[in-house]
Design a protein. Structure first.
Lengths: 326, 326
């Protein structure tokens, strides 16, 4: 007999409640969906779906023919897992966690750039062997970065790399003149022409039909042999086998990878073994307190929804991401 | 019968000529001093002494009673090895490699700050074990840095850390109001009062009577348990045994050490084994081409000297470093 809206909280398999939902207890019925069974049961009753599992592939299987879902919120920047036909082709608004991860990810990227330039991984390996080994390092000042994807994350990366004296170009759907954060923004169809200019190529794009597999053998051949690739976007934007081959062939000098086609990266994957590859576990944006921040953002949006206000950070479902506001 | 000035080039033991001296071949007699024997032979004939070996302890033993030395140049920022009584108490001007290392060292420090915040060493260790392990990381934005030593290197560190959103205070001989690069500059006698405020404590001071052993057990106790120490100054500013004990006792959360009381760090030293210690081989400022840059700077100074102009970057020998110009 409740008239409170029902919120289906979709987490990864067997995961418990995300922290910080307490403020909603009087205002919403919260249903934990952490397996196929609970998802099948609660989705047809839900008014709102909040998805914390950015890798979910369950939704397509259990999506109900009849439902009353009015809003879907992803507590992630990427919404690729939600762009299934019944959602994409519906008029249900989808919102995301825009802005939350931007600055932490930008810091992470800058840290990886500096790790490559200063060979911190080499220092750590020598340390493990108790070896004192002086090497010359590289400057980052004046080096050229190319940020593929000029959305809010890419923009924050550009700001931070620019603040420490790097030159930063961007790749976006279309060229832009006089951008405040990028030296130049090139249209995405010029990727192969721009890649040879960059010392650091940073993938900060959403996973869409246009970006899936974008970094293939041809792209790696176009990069400088001294260049490094950093991917904090989505794994399938890179053709992993082609990357492994390009690293073996020395077509690029290294890769910092936080995201992968298959996550977790399988234990026997060759990527683990390259000394010039930095692997992290899809954590670039996850600074202490990130789960609570995401839930606070959802609660703010929930209040907008209750009051009939426009939902912030709505995904353009034809494109698969939140378009720039400016 | 040559009237060309004689330049004694003092390198580390058995080291060859530094690169880039060719432009001087018509203008100076260059003498390579890479052991006690050559140093004893050439020093009494030298008009100019150029010291590339910043660790040299030979000078005191072989310093001639009679000499005609008019200028001593160190191709390093620190000149502690040159502050021996016969030089210190003479009126021979001593110059250093001011500015050359500033930006590269600042980049190195920022990289270490980010390595700690993002736990890159942890990621590398998990990578070596092919383990996918998500962890929460830390922000650097808004964190408090304390730069001990507000000379040209410390200032460049402050600029770079400030540019990425950290708050940066400095410690200097005396307090300064409204500094362009530091939020506040505290006088050095307030070190113990300032240490508890800092998330990152960065030693960028010269080695002098005042700074030798400055970081002792009491200083480490004053630091936050979550704070990290970064030393790119000189090893003996830190009491190594006290640091090891403080790390064991958890009085600070980590240390990034590029310089040591004994260099190379002995193979059996306990510092190698701490997972929260980052060791590098006195290389923070040594970006590709650094040796050539240092020699170009010496040649520029040599031209000044020949033309009777004032030598830039003169060390205040009473203090043991080049005082701020402003």
């Amino acid at each position: 007999m409740s008239t409170k809206p029902v919120v289906a909280v979709v987490t990864a398999a067997d995961e418990d409640w995300p922290p910080g939902l307490e403020p909603l207890h009087g205002e919403a019925e919260l249903m934990l969906c952490n397996d196929q069974d609970s998802l099948s049961r609660y989705l047809p009753q839900a008014d709102i779906v909040m998805v914390t599992d950015f890798r979910t592939d369950l939704l397509e299987d259990v999506w109900p023919d009849e439902h009353r879902i009015q809003w879907i919120h992803a507590t992630s920047a990427g919404v690729d897992a939600l762009m299934i036909p019944p959602i994409r082709d519906s008029d249900i608004p989808v919102t995301n966690a825009r802005y939350v991860f931007d600055r932490p990810i930008a810091e992470f990227v800058l840290g990886q750039v500096l790790s490559f330039a200063k060979d911190f991984p080499g220092s750590l390996r020598y340390q493990q062997q108790h070896q004192w080994r002086h090497r010359d390092t590289e400057r980052i000042e004046g080096k050229q970065a190319l940020v593929v994807g000029a959305g809010s994350i890419g923009r924050q990366i550009a700001r931070l790399l620019g603040a420490v004296g790097m030159r930063v170009d961007g790749m976006a759907r279309s060229a832009r003149d006089s951008d405040p954060d990028f030296d130049r923004v090139h249209p995405s169809d010029l990727l192969l022409q721009q890649l040879p200019e960059a010392d650091y190529v940073i993938i900060a794009a959403p996973l869409t039909d246009e970006t899936r597999g974008l970094f293939d053998a041809q792209a790696f051949r176009a990069m400088k042999a001294s260049a490094r690739l950093i991917n904090i976007g989505r794994g399938p934007i890179v053709q992993t086998d082609a990357l492994v081959q390009a690293l073996r062939d020395g077509e690029l000098a290294g890769a910092g990878l936080d995201v992968f086609e298959e996550e977790p990266l399988p234990e026997d994957h060759p990527l683990w073994t390259f000394p010039n590859v930095l692997i992290s576990a899809h954590m670039a944006g996850d600074v202490v307190g990130w789960r609570e921040t995401l839930i606070r953002q959802f609660i703010d949006n929930f209040r907008c929804w209750q009051q009939g206000k426009a939902l912030p950070n709505q995904v353009d479902k034809a494109r698969g991401y939140v378009p720039p506001t400016s």
